[in-house]
Ligand binder design. Sequence first.
Ligand code: SF4
Length: 467
Amino acid sequence: MMDHSQSHLDGAEFLTAETKGLGEPHGPAMLGQTAEKSYQGNTAVQRSIPYFQDWREAASLIKTYGLANLDQSLVEFERNLSAKGATVLWARDAAEANRHVLEIVREHNVRRVVKAKSMVSEEIELGHVFESVGVHSRETDLGEYIVQLNQQRPPHIVTPAIHLSAADVGRLFTEKLGEPYTEEHAKLTDIARRHLREEYLQADLGVSGCNFGIADTGTLVIVENEGNAGLSTAAPPVHVALIGIEKVLPGIRYLPQFLNLLARSGTGQKLTTYTHLIHGPAPGKKLYVILLDNGRTNVLADPRAWRALHCIRCGLCLNSCPVYRRAGGWAYGWTYMGPIGAILTPHLVGLKEAGKLPFASSLCGACGEVCPVKVDIPHQLVHLRHRAVNEPSPMNSLSERLLWRVWAFFMAGPLRYKLMFTGVRIGVRLSKFLPWHPGKLGAWTRGRALPEVPKGSFRGWWKKQKS
Ligand code: SF4
């Protein structure tokens, strides 16, 4: 099995042997089927609402308004939450967020942690931080629990165990938990529930993400289906909520718009089973809220990119993407994968690190069509591609630039063009006599047969037809 638990992979490399998930025997096929099924189901739910396009438009406008006033909303959010007894901390980057968490761990003598599903905690790699200081941390979302037991990173932002079948999970529970083998969903859920109950009871700290923050009421909103987020935030004496700054909405009156869209697009439900609105710490308990920037203000400052911050992490663009369905989430090498990952990651970590990701798309436009908050993903991919070939990035190496210069030279006139293709024809013919597969090119040539080269050129053939 692949070990994705140690650190993030290199986002500069898309679909390397290490990242494409071929370590799982049925992983890629299972992931493709499940993503396709979710896409069909969730888009059918979207289509069943006659005014769904109006909802999208309204949500997009609210997000635009919210982001334009984010500075004020964040201050208001902090003020209102603090007034209710929560401690609000700001984190410029992942390192600062992790430092805050470690200080809380020290202050409250934390030994055991339960974690509800949180993409931000994945983003800052909090699990490894706990591990490095000897704190036991347990994922409690069923899918996250499974991938944690399997020592993997989630390959999907909404359904973390999308690549595994019930039989895979049954075998895993037998191997790791010593439970009798079963592939019945209800029994598997029961096993996880039994083991997780102990974790909640023993935990000193609960960590959660946040789907939305509400500025005018100072509210944290967490949506979920399993009840694990409710238990993780309420059972331990201390709760740390991690929230990306872009998730803060100006007012509670905007929330229903997003709840309507998120559940329908993410899981095909009208509403998730639980919607938690946390207005402050419960009596006798502590609540810390960490507001994470980690590159988001850079995205906000980019007039071509800021709409990426509309994203409510429903995961539908992943399910709609033909590249994601075949490559899987690990191929992107970072926390956020699929189309949203291909635009968000280069903004968050830089093009030098993740400049290949915008090219991991066929530009079919499916992601932009289904996005419930109208993130203009295809346009952003093209914009990032343009930047990637003009700024320092893996797509702007010396060899890449040289290659395109040579190409431009030969394409600049009919004689040069003719010369180039005569050369190519001779080269292809000669290549048949070369048994070797040179260097990096070998990985490409080994799996491919070059086409037969016609005797004459198309121009020659055309001339003959006319004469
Ligand atoms: S970009 Fe849109 S479709 Fe993709 S995860 Fe975000 S909200 Fe969902």
